[in-house]
Ligand binder design. Sequence first.
Ligand code: 7PJ
Length: 288
Amino acid sequence: MQTTQSDTKCSDTKIVSRHPIYQQNVPIIMGILNVTPDSFSDGSKFNQRDKAIAHAEQMLVDGADIIDIGGESTRPGAAEVSVNQELDRVIPIIEKVKSLGAKISIDTSKPEVMLAAAKAGADMLNDVRALSMPGALDAAVASQLPVCLMHMQGMPQTMQKNPNYSQVVSEVLAYLKQRVDCCVKAGLARALLSVDPGFGFGKTLQHNLQLLQHLNQFKQLGLPVLAGLSRKSMLGQITGREVDDRLAGSLAVALIAMQNGAAILRVHDVKQTLDVKKIFLALQSVSK
Ligand code: 7PJ
């Protein structure tokens, strides 16, 4: 695995990040590549794969720094996917996208998929369950890949039924801190880790807004913060728009996330998010 090293400075911690693409003060763009059948609904398996590859190529042309490949839908109510199904969906895509010269992140919670993805060339693990599934922590340690640890309350099938916190920001922060400590104890260097509050994963609109408003608090962990807000239902709740019509909302929250310290933006619309990033950086250069 190739890594670029750069200093990560935070209020009280200084670490050297081994994140594959992390850059201090420059947010990076992670392009989303869903390879669940519902995201490419028409056509044969070959056709689906072809479409996925073409989409990855386009995101790279548009300026994605890393492609996040996911074969398990974590939408509320989505059907569970077996290990073999998930492997069958993601491994050929990882191999092909890797051959295009891209950095790859694998969005999975399954240890078997983590190990196979690492072998196929993945540069990073992205786990919405923060390595909590049996065997996931061991698989991550064995891979020695950078990992994004995300917070989720409950399980995808039921998480939006009744999300409940007394203080959402401090509770999510405490959870991530505990997962980070657990990873370090198990043998994953701090420098390999990034954290994510998990927008929309067991959160009401109010919870999501509080997390976004206070995103900079997550920097106190001294790790890169990932924000996944693109096209999410919170944007539909605010704007009244359907999922395919949330570009403006997605760009608005991408800018706010950058201003509040996000180091990695997980997005569908790479080209447009890159423009937002350029505007953010231009403004940053005069404010110093
Ligand atoms: C996220 C994710 C997110 C991280 C998904 C969707 C649902 N991984 N995977 N953060 N969301 N790290 O894109 O709407 O927010 S799947």
